[in-house]
Write a protein that binds this ligand. Structure first.
Ligand code: HEC
Ligand code: HEC
Ligand code: HEC
Ligand code: HEC
Length: 474
């Protein structure tokens, strides 16, 4: 028998670290050899056939559906000992076992095993193509992240959030899901977990299929650094968008709130707080498509705004959303002199006058918030981080879009909002607003105004923003 060079190196390495090593296999994907390895070295812990059973009756996760469950590169990585452990507290935490090192095989043995699984351990319940990864939007993944928390998933599984591993390490780690799972298996698992792990501590979430899809989409982005999100506004519907059809949709659906000519004065408007946006004042051509698409397709809450702005996806469909956006862009160009039409009066440049002070009806933060002070020291890095969030990266929308690049409240959306966005350059007003008040409004939003909630921003990012906002005061 010939022993390849790779095998010798593999052998030297594995013996060195004292892990299990299996005798060499011939190069061709050797099914009978794979079977032998499984019989000799795997079945004492793993089941390869049978029905789903409780974790409390097993020694290791079932490999019954191994041919459908994993992405091949992850499987090879796992079998050759290159992947992080999955059960931080050991698979059988109830036996107070410490997690042990998993047996390791060589690269070629791992490939033979992967081939074997693909051949013999496909799960007929999994529909190939049931979950289309190329259709996951950033919004959907963000919604999935929220649903993951709202449905207690974080209580028993770990995920990666902003580079930190969070969550209860009770069951399997999900922070590399995108590298590990086949999306169709994951989706099928989600449809009814008890088909795979009954009586194991797993729970059944009360989620609709769109919610499940959002969670699966989100999980598939975990650990996938170059995940390519689907951008619906690049779809054929948008290429074929018609201003004429959009005009009809506007009349039928939008004018009841936004008014026939976009002045925010439709019949429903009198009873609404906040008021429907004054479309006539918004330069739609300049708004990011992602923002416009999300507010119209997914509704006000998708961008942290009022739930009285409906989600239109079911009513008018993808083509209707594309058409009405085309109509908005063709029709509304914003007020000619930007935010000058609003109540804001700006001080003559150079003078530190009180004239810039806006009537502030903003709700007062609770005392516990008002007592807070910025825990971060000002530094160039902190200001730079705050600036990036303010000008570009804050989600659902960059602050500059409303508060303006200079922070003077004259962003391109400023003129569409009543009350107008706060003018952070006005020192005479800003000096009397405590840090804790700013913090509270950024986190919660200002009910009844265009100021949306940024509840998704971690505390330290909000404090970076506050330092930046303070640096704008003149
Ligand atoms: C001593 C028991 C034991 C042996 C022998 C063993 N495994 Fe495992 N295996 C485990 C445990 C326990 C886990 C759970 C991983 C963890 O705890 O991080 C696991 C995890 C796995 C996983 C990932 C399962 C999942 O979906 O979470 C695969 C794949 C796997 N083993 C394949 C094999 C193969 C192939 C062999 C034989 C070469 C083998 N194992 C031998 C105990 C064993
Ligand atoms: C009360 C604890 C608990 C909660 C809450 C929970 N899980 Fe689980 N989860 C488990 C257990 C236990 C298993 C069984 C797998 C194992 O540990 O052997 C499991 C298995 C899984 C698996 C399959 C893992 C694999 O590799 O076989 C996925 C995916 C999963 N859960 C996702 C979720 C999602 C999504 C939610 C939220 C809707 C959720 N879980 C909520 C405990 C929990
Ligand atoms: C039931 C009333 C209602 C209807 C009908 C309605 N909207 Fe709205 N819309 C609102 C309200 C209220 C807001 C303001 C939300 C806020 O500021 O929190 C809003 C905001 C918006 C915005 C966001 C502007 C901004 O401030 O960022 C856009 C764009 C928009 N609507 C488009 C539409 C389109 C297009 C239609 C028709 C397909 C439509 N709306 C139908 C109530 C409505
Ligand atoms: C869609 C428009 C819009 C966006 C985007 C926006 N704001 Fe606002 N913001 C407003 C409006 C309108 C007000 C005035 C609210 C009021 O008068 O109660 C406001 C008020 C505020 C206030 C004043 C609080 C007070 O007590 O006076 C702060 C602080 C603030 N915004 C911070 C931010 C930050 C930071 C961001 C970005 C992370 C941001 N805003 C993004 C519209 C917006």
């Amino acid at each position: 028998m010939t022993i390849s060079k790779g095998m010798v190196v593999g052998c030297a390495l594995t013996t060195l670290v004292g892990l299990i090593m299996f005798p060499g296999v011939s190069l061709a994907s050797d099914q009978s050899r794979a079977k032998e390895i499984l019989q000799q070295s795997c079945v004492q812990c793993h089941r390869l056939e049978g029905k789903a059973d409780s974790r409390f009756n097993l020694k290791a996760p079932d490999l019954i559906w191994a041919g459908s469950k994993y992405r091949r590169p992850w499987l090879i990585g796992w079998l050759t000992g290159k992947e992080a452990p999955l059960y931080a507290k050991s698979y059988r935490w109830d036996l107070t076992e410490a997690p042990s090192k998993h047996p390791v095989v060589t690269e070629s043995e791992a490939n033979a095993l992967a081939d074997y699984f693909a051949e013999h351990n496909k799960d007929p319940r999994v529909t190939v193509g049931a979950f289309d990864l190329s259709r996951v939007t950033k919004f959907e993944a963000g919604f999935g992240a929220m649903a993951f928390k709202a449905h207690a998933c974080l209580g028993c599984h770990t995920i990666n959030e902003d580079g930190k591993i969070i969550g209860g390490p009770q069951s399997t780690a999900l922070h590399a899901s995108g590298q590990r799972y086949d999306q169709d298996w994951l989706f099928r698992f989600g449809l009814n977990p008890q088909d795979f792990v009954p009586h194991s501590g797993e729970f059944l979430a009360d989620a609709t299929e769109p919610q499940l899809r959002a969670v699966i989409g989100y999980l598939m982005t975990q650990g996938a650094s170059d995940f390519k999100y689907y951008e619906p506004w690049t779809s054929p519907e948008f290429d074929m968008a018609s201003v004429g059809r959009g005009k009809v949709i506007y009349k039928e659906y939008c004018s009841q709130c936004h008014g026939a000519t976009g002045k925010g004065d439709g019949p429903a408007a009198s009873g609404l707080d906040p008021k429907p946006a004054i479309h006539a004042n918004i330069p739609f051509e300049k708004l990011p498509m992602e923002y416009l698409y999300n507010v119209i397709n997914h509704g006000g809450p998708a961008i942290g705004k009022s739930s009285n702005m409906p989600y239109w996806n079911l009513t008018i469909g993808q083509q209707g959303v594309a058409d009405v956006i085309a109509y908005l862009k063709a029709t509304f160009k914003g007020s000619p002199d930007g935010a000058a039409t609003t109540a804001t009066v700006t001080a003559p440049s150079g003078s530190q006058s009180d004239a810039c002070v806006q009537p502030r009806k903003t709700a007062k933060a609770p005392d516990s918030f008002l007592a807070m002070t910025n825990p971060l020291a000002v530094s160039t890095e902190v200001l730079q981080a705050g600036k990036t969030l303010f000008q570009k990266s804050a989600k659902p929308a960059a602050c500059a879009m409303c508060h303006g690049e200079k922070g003077d409240g004259k962003g391109m959306m400023g003129a569409a909002l009543l009350p107008p966005p706060r003018n952070f350059t006005c020192n005479a007003m800003m000096k009397d607003i405590p840090d804790g008040q700013l913090f509270w409004i950024i986190k919660k939003g200002s009910t009844g105004t265009g100021m949306m909630s940024f509840s998704g921003l971690p505390d330290d990012k909000v404090w970076q923003l506050i330092h930046y906002i303070r640096s704008l005061a003149r």
